[in-house]
Design a protein around this ligand. Structure first.
Ligand code: ZN
Length: 236
C-alpha cells in the first residue's frame, strides 16, 4: 500500500475520505456499521479508531476553545476589566498561561498560582460559558495577588469561591434559568452563589462532606458577598 499521510493506515482511501466519508456512501455504511456493531473490525482497528476519534475531538474542542478565548481577550468587557486589574496587581495573564486543555473531571476551569488558568475545553458549552469560567478564574487570580489567599485554608477558599461565583456572571439569572430551569429569580443570585461556592468548597481536600461545605460557605458568606472588589457593584 502506498504510504499516505492517513491517520488510519489500514485503509487505502485518502485521509479525509477515511475519516469523514460522505453520508450514504459505501464507506460511510461500512464505518457506521463497523463502529456501532463492531462488525468487520479487528481489535487493532477498533483501538485505532477510538484513538483517532478522540484525538480529532480534542483538536476540534481545542480549536473552538482557542477561538472563543481570542475573541473574549479582545472584546469581552468583563475579561478585559479583570485582566487590567490583574496587571495592576503585578500579575501577567495572557495566552501563555491561560490554556485550553482537556480535563478528566467534571469541572470547567481552574486557577493555579504557579501555572495560571486552565480552561476545560471538553466541558465548556459555548463562548458565554467560557467567558463566565474565565471571569471566575480571573477573580481567583486577582484575589491571590491582592489578598494573600491561603488556598489550603477552607475559609479563605470559601471566601474566594463566593466572590468568584458572584462576580463572574455565572449566577446571573438568565444563564441559570435557561440551562437549569431555575425560574425563581428573587434572591436567586445569592442562592446560586451559595450553591456553586459550596460545590467548589466540597472539592477541597480539607472539606469533610456536603454539610461541612455549606457551613463554611455560610460562615463567610456575608462579608465575602459584600466585597465586590475590583467591581463597584455586582457586574450585570
Ligand atoms: Zn473557583
Amino acid at each position: 500500500m502506498a504510504a499516505t499521510p492517513s491517520i488510519t493506515p489500514e485503509t487505502s482511501a485518502p485521509a479525509v475520505e477515511a475519516t469523514k466519508p460522505t453520508t450514504g456512501s459505501g464507506e460511510w455504511w461500512r464505518q457506521t456499521f463497523a463502529y456501532t456493531t463492531g462488525m468487520g473490525m479487528t481489535e487493532a482497528e477498533r483501538a485505532n479508531f477510538e484513538a483517532t476519534r478522540l484525538q480529532q475531538r480534542r483538536e476540534r474542542e481545542c480549536a473552538k476553545c482557542e477561538k472563543n478565548l481570542d475573541y473574549l481577550l479582545k472584546f469581552s468587557p468583563i475579561i478585559r476589566f479583570m485582566l487590567e486589574n490583574v496587571r495592576s496587581a503585578n500579575g501577567q495573564l495572557d495566552k501563555s498561561n491561560i490554556r485550553c486543555l482537556p480535563c478528566d473531571q467534571f469541572q470547567s476551569g481552574g486557577f493555579s498560582p504557579k501555572y495560571g488558568i486552565l480552561l476545560c475545553q471538553n466541558q465548556l458549552r459555548d463562548r458565554g460559558h467560557l467567558e463566565d469560567t474565565l471571569a471566575h478564574e480571573l477573580v481567583h487570580a486577582y484575589d491571590h495577588l491582592r489578598f494573600d489567599v491561603d488556598w489550603q485554608d477552607l475559609r479563605h477558599h470559601a471566601t474566594a469561591e463566593v466572590r468568584a461565583s458572584s462576580l463572574s456572571g455565572e449566577c446571573r439569572w438568565t444563564r441559570e434559568a435557561f440551562t437549569r430551569g431555575v425560574w425563581d429569580f428573587t434572591a436567586h443570585h445569592q442562592e446560586c452563589v451559595r450553591r456553586r461556592a459550596a460545590l467548589s468548597v466540597r472539592a477541597h481536600p480539607k472539606c469533610k462532606d456536603d454539610e461541612h461545605a455549606v457551613r463554611v460557605v455560610n460562615e463567610v458568606f456575608d462579608s465575602a458577598f459584600a466585597d465586590t472588589r475590583p467591581f463597584r457593584e455586582i457586574y450585570r
